[in-house]
Ligand binder design. Structure first.
Ligand SMILES: Nc1nc2c(ncn2[C@@H]2O[C@H](COP(=O)(O)OP(=O)(O)O)[C@@H](O)[C@H]2O)c(=O)[nH]1
Ligand SMILES: [Mg+2]
Length: 258
């Protein structure tokens, strides 16, 4: 058959269907259209509901920064010292230990501890779409040797489409403040901003050619500061070992309502 014949067949089919439709009682057509519209609205609502379901707090940061200790501290109120460094994400849905003695109904929080090993970082993309907030843990004690690597990881997070588009709030937690030699959060914030500023300069030069970056960071032509981010980026302190984690808990409660 050539195109001409096909055309003929299709036209006949359309004519026939139109005729059949005209023979149908009008109510039946209304009902059919009504059902179609309702189904569409139903699926639209479901997808909207799914997308807005963000109750997960993601713990990220380099290996050794103290994420796992923080995770146990949030869940059990103790550090579980001596536990092996896990390669799988630690995940739990629980009522924060500090709130477990409170009366009334308290909404549990889903907390995910994503290992900082670079090979496992793609795991982060699984959890970010449901993130209500991200806790970026930094080792304040051993900060300087890790500053560049931490900044690279943070840069990667802050330019991810899911983080930028959904404006996922981020808190940079300077951990291990129980030690007197720990750097202050102001120092760490400034160093990270400086490193990210350098990264931004080199990355945008590269990506102009390959167009693969997700989102540009900060304001072009200005030195980078976290306040330029569209999502909220704050800085806090904690000590997972001693259980001094009130700023972390406060962040969680701000973004996952009880
Ligand atoms: N001094 C001190 N050490 C900590 C603190 N939090 C974690 N550590 C230690 O840092 C190391 C790494 O902790 P871990 O939670 O396994 O880090 P992760 O790799 O980010 O999960 C462990 O030896 C912990 O004992 C803290 O608040 N203060
Ligand atoms: Mg760990």
């Amino acid at each position: 058959m050539d195109i001409e014949q096909w055309n003929q067949v299709v036209r006949e089919w359309i004519d026939k269907t139109a005729q059949q439709l005209r023979q149908l009682p009008i109510e039946q057509i209304y009902v059919a259209v009504g059902v179609l519209v309702l189904t569409f609205v139903f699926f639209l609502l479901i997808s909207l509901f799914k997308r807005s379901k963000s109750d997960t707090i993601v713990l990220a940061g380099l290996s050794g920064s103290g994420k796992t200790v923080l995770f146990y501290q949030l869940r059990d109120g103790s550090a579980h010292q001596g536990t092996v460094t896990s390669m799988d994400p630690n995940e739990g849905n629980f009522v924060l230990h500090s709130e477990s003695s409170k009366k009334g109904k308290i909404k549990p929080v889903r907390v995910v501890d994503v290992p900082g090993h670079s090979r496992l970082r793609p795991k982060l993309d699984e959890y970010l779409p449901q993130a209500a907030g991200l806790i970026f843990v930094v080792d304040a004690l051993d900060f300087l040797p890790n500053c560049r690597a931490a900044a690279e990881y943070l840069y990667e997070i802050l330019t991810k489409a899911t983080v930028v588009k959904k404006k996922v709030p981020v808190i940079i937690v300077c951990n291990k403040t129980d030690k007197v030699t720990a750097h202050t959060k102001e120092f760490i914030r400034k160093q990270l901003e400086k490193e990210i500023d350098k990264l931004r300069a080199s990355r945008t030069a590269i990506s102009a050619a390959d167009m693969s970056t997700e989102y540009a960071l900060g304001v072009a032509g200005e030195t980078f500061t976290f306040s330029q981010c569209h999502n909220k980026v704050s800085v806090g302190e904690s000590s997972g070992i001693t259980g001094d984690i009130s700023q972390v808990e406060q962040f969680i409660r701000e973004h996952v309502r009880p």
